[in-house]
Design a binder for this molecule. Structure first.
Ligand code: BES
Ligand code: ZN
Ligand code: ZN
Length: 502
């Protein structure tokens, strides 16, 4: 998809389709919808024919409502699509991303080129942000994972988007570039999550990490630790989970270093990297196992962020850590009652092999602390309980640092990724107590499972500033959204990229 900029008004652009916008009217108004400037102008050029058509059709400007109008002459395009933005009083910047994403399913296969002007002033958005939202919506909306389809879609693809601008092109171009970075990374994460676990093995993820480093060895280095090397470092918790897998485990250590370090900080990004979660000996039943190739969604975020990190250039070092393994069943699996020791010396009683993520993260987090990270953020599809608490669209945020929590919330909001903060309730810690070891891998009560899992992780971060995102809900979607199909969503990628841009 190419983005072009022109000073021409949209009536004078020859494209397959022109998009204009309208708000839904507030309750007390007579008119059903409120047209934006470019809509008014093009309607005037066409002797009010669009507004007449809208009247007949009952168009009301609801968010994501579309109306097609096919003008004859007077303007160069043959198709005008009016896009509803919802009520002005309820407008959220993410709505712009969403309606453009949704417009893709409306236009897909039918057009090569789309023209529109960016209504940043009327939406009270900075021109670069407005352009970014539009470009992200379009680029994400077009995503599909068709690698294993023998018959690929041969329909027309939207290849050019033409922005008619009123002098803000410079800023708008910056916004489009930001959108490209964000969507390249999001799409990479989606592809990784959607990939079957037979392909996306620990070795595959490790090779990918190595290839990311190879592209810019001046700024990124990567070290992959084998089972033996991880053993030497004392990662018995991670290796315990990895014992039953046929594919060898890999501990991935990525490092980004800027040209000039301006902040005395070292951020660790840690991703849960379970390439398939069968549950282990506590095998998952029925439907619960079917999507478990997605249990490396946290790792996918870390890899995808590193794949674009030199385009963002944070001015402080960032490390990426992934303990990658499948959680499988064999005569060699861990069984309930086994005790393993994490790299930081703490012992963990395994009471349920399906609570494997936190056990592998115990070693990744210990490693982050040992590496001298000043801030740690982990992303993990950690608990089914978070789906009960927050539903499918929202991830749970935990943090022991106010500033970091607020920064993540702000970054998530700008990214259009929903997060909700939950408490690290001290009184619940005793639920993680073990009779025989320092801590147990499942709590004594099944209530508050997302919180007790977060409290388990907290045992391994020492006194570091830390945030944990339980992304089990939004990482993988069982229905299409405005900005993407079913499956891997890349949730978390854009939040982290925004955070790195602060
Ligand atoms: N990977 C799962 C969590 C999960 C569930 C992710 C649903 C995405 C969708 C995790 O390893 C797990 O199995 N957790 C258990 C923990 C329990 C045994 C304490 C769970 O949530 O049931
Ligand atoms: Zn599990
Ligand atoms: Zn899991």
């Amino acid at each position: 998809m190419q983005f072009e900029f022109t000073g021409n008004p949209i009536s004078n652009i020859s494209s397959d389709v022109v998009a204009v916008f309208a708000f839904q009217s507030e309750k007390d108004k007579k008119e059903k919808y409120t047209p934006l400037e470019d809509f008014k102008k093009i309607d005037k050029d066409l002797n009010k024919k669009i507004s007449k058509a809208l009247e007949v059709s009952g168009f009301s400007g609801k968010r994501g409502e579309f109306l097609d109008y096919f003008p004859e002459g007077k303007i160069l395009s043959k198709w005008i699509v009016v896009i509803g933005l919802g009520k002005k009083s309820e407008f959220d910047p993410n709505d712009l991303r969403r309606v453009l994403g949704k417009s893709v399913s409306h236009l897909k296969g039918k057009v090569d080129s789309l023209a529109l002007s960016i209504p940043s002033k009327e939406l009270r958005l900075e021109p670069d942000f407005a352009a970014q939202l539009i470009a992200e919506g379009l680029l994400l909306g077009y995503y599909q994972f068709n690698k294993y389809k023998t018959e690929k879609d041969k329909k027309r693809e939207l290849s050019s988007v033409i922005f008619s601008n009123k002098g803000d092109a410079k800023k708008e171009k910056v916004g489009v570039e930001k959108a490209k970075v964000a969507t390249d990374a999001t799409i990479m994460a989606r592809d990784l999550v959607n990939e079957q676990s037979a392909v996306a093995t620990p070795t595959f993820l490790a090779d990918l990490a190595l290839s990311i480093a190879k592209k810019d060895p001046k700024h990124i280095t990567c070290k992959v630790f084998s089972r033996d090397e991880a053993k030497k470092m004392g990662m018995d918790a991670f290796l315990g989970i990895a014992r039953a897998a046929q594919t060898p485990p890999k501990f991935i250590f990525l490092q980004y270093r800027p040209d000039k370090i301006k902040k005395k900080e070292k951020l660790a990004l840690v991703g849960k990297g379970i390439t398939f979660d069968s549950g282990g000996i506590n095998v998952k039943t029925g439907d619960h196992m079917s999507d478990m190739k997605m249990d490396m969604s946290g790792a996918a975020v870390v890899l995808s962020v590193f794949s674009v990190i030199t385009r963002i250039k944070p001015d402080y070092p960032v490390i990426g850590l992934i303990a990658a393994t499948a959680n499988m069943i064999s005569g060699n699996s861990l069984v309930p009652g086994d005790v393993v020791k994490a790299m930081n010396g703490k012992t963990i009683e395994i009471l349920n092999t399906d609570a494997e993520g936190r056990v592998t993260l115990a070693d990744s987090l210990s490693f982050a602390v040992k590496e001298g990270a000043t801030k740690i953020i982990d992303l993990a599809t950690l608990t089914g309980a978070v789906l009960v608490a927050l539903g499918t669209d929202i991830s749970a945020l935990f943090s022991n640092d106010r500033k970091l929590a607020e920064q993540i919330k702000e970054s998530a909001k700008r990214a259009g990724e929903k997060v909700w903060e939950m408490p690290l309730e001290k009184d619940y810690r005793e639920m993680n107590k073990s009779e025989v070891a320092d801590v147990a891998n499942i709590p004594s009560s099944r209530y508050g499972g997302t919180i007790t899992a977060a409290l388990f992780l907290q045992e391994f971060i020492g006194k570091k500033k830390w945030a944990h995102l339980d992304i089990a809900g939004p990482a993988f979607s069982s229905k299409a959204s405005d900005i993407g199909p079913k499956g891997g969503t890349g949730h978390g990628v854009r939040t982290i990229l925004n955070l790195l841009s602060l």
